[in-house]
Design a protein around this ligand. Structure first.
Ligand SMILES: Cc1cc2nc3c(=O)[nH]c(=O)nc-3n(C[C@H](O)[C@H](O)[C@H](O)COP(=O)(O)OP(=O)(O)OC[C@H]3O[C@@H](n4cnc5c(N)ncnc54)[C@H](O)[C@@H]3O)c2cc1C
Length: 305
């Protein structure tokens, strides 16, 4: 994306919500569990695995976090009943991390135990850098408490990540490795696209050398190729790594990778709290700058006339 395009895309919060909703529909399964289940069924039929996220980033009250935890219990029941090939992803703030560490731990523990009862797995998404320490602390507490059906996400954008991998090595963590969506200051993050790629591969090497199971979460063609080369160099079998992509992104490439014999998991978000997630996805879409410029200009013209 050019500098001008990036600047336009940052104006997205000024775009009316219905416009955001229309353009982000491809990234969200829908508002209800039934819609998420239908999408996962379709993905499974096409040979893909899924991870379902109950959207809840904008919550501000304890009852809302309890409702999100309940939504995950309902989700596990649906996964079981429908025999879906899907695990779940959670965002610590949706479970109350912004309200209290203990509240988040309680909700998370509840979800991890429910998952274990049906042999399922919980991936802890990584949010902005203000949450990294506490998210990693929650992860360690769970693992040291004997909960092995939980994994974490690490972001190659952050300068600290190689150090975090070293610090987590004793747990041989299951890790989703991504670039990191949250824009962070240069003091703590790489801001140049090439530097983020280089760090991604350093982190991937460190994780694979440490025996971690890694989900390579990227749509970046060069990075997919380099990641697969590293997996192959180490002679890893099909079950020993996976590729991950977001719902609505690079669908044809997804199919090709599955046809080539790789296991691929699609991230499927659903729920009422769609706005924050949608804005981030649209901001990453290279084709969005023009659309946003038109939508915003159209609105300004209407306001003037
Ligand atoms: C399964 C999964 C889970 C993730 N979980 C987290 C998480 O927990 N924490 C976190 O910080 N980040 C997470 N991310 C987001 C990730 O950090 C990146 O922000 C995102 O994947 C874009 O980086 P990229 O590696 O795909 O490379 P990019 O260089 O951004 O994208 C490569 C190409 O992919 C296509 N593309 C990418 N995004 C879009 C889009 N929205 N619409 C249309 N085309 C697009 C474009 O062709 C683009 O040129 C996750 C990503 C995936 C795939």
């Amino acid at each position: 994306m050019s500098l001008l395009d990036s600047a336009i895309v940052r104006l997205l919060p000024a775009v009316p919500k219905p416009v955001v909703q229309r353009f982000s529909a491809r990234y969200i399964a829908g508002a209800t569990l039934a819609e998420a289940v239908a999408i996962v069924r379709g993905l499974n039929a096409g040979g893909k695995m899924a991870t379902v996220d109950v959207l809840g980033e904008e919550i501000t009250r304890e009852e809302e976090t309890r409702a999100i935890a309940q939504a995950y219990r309902d989700l596990f029941a649906a996964i079981d009943t429908e025999a879906l090939d899907s695990n779940v992803s959670i965002k610590p703030t949706a479970l109350g991390l912004g309200l209290s560490y203990e509240l988040c731990r309680e909700n998370l523990l509840d979800i991890v135990r429910t998952a274990a009862a049906s042999g399922n797995f919980v991936r802890m998404d990584m949010e902005d850098s203000t949450t990294t320490d506490e998210t990693l602390r929650l992860y360690r507490e769970l693992r040291e408490g004997g909960h092995d059906n939980v994994g974490v996400v690490l972001q190659a954008r952050l300068r600290r990540t190689l150090g975090d991998i070293a610090a987590l090595a004793d747990l041989r963590p299951s890790v989703r490795l991504c670039k990191g969506i949250y824009l962070e200051p240069a003091a703590i993050a790489f801001t140049d696209a090439e530097a983020i790629r280089v760090n991604y591969l350093r982190c991937l090497d460190a994780l694979l050398d440490g025996g971690s199971y890694v989900g390579c979460a990227t749509h970046d063609e060069w990075l997919i190729g380099e990641s697969l080369a590293r997996v192959l160099q180490r002679g890893l079998g099909r079950e020993e790594y996976e590729l991950q992509m977001l719902l609505g992104v690079r669908e044809e490439r997804r199919d090709e990778l599955v046809a080539e014999g790789h296991r691929l998991r699609v991230y499927v978000p659903y729920g009422e709290h769609w706005y924050g997630y949608s804005v981030r996805r649209l901001q990453e879409n290279p084709a969005m700058a023009g659309v946003i410029a038109k939508a915003t200009a159209g609105r300004l013209l209407r306001l003037r006339s």
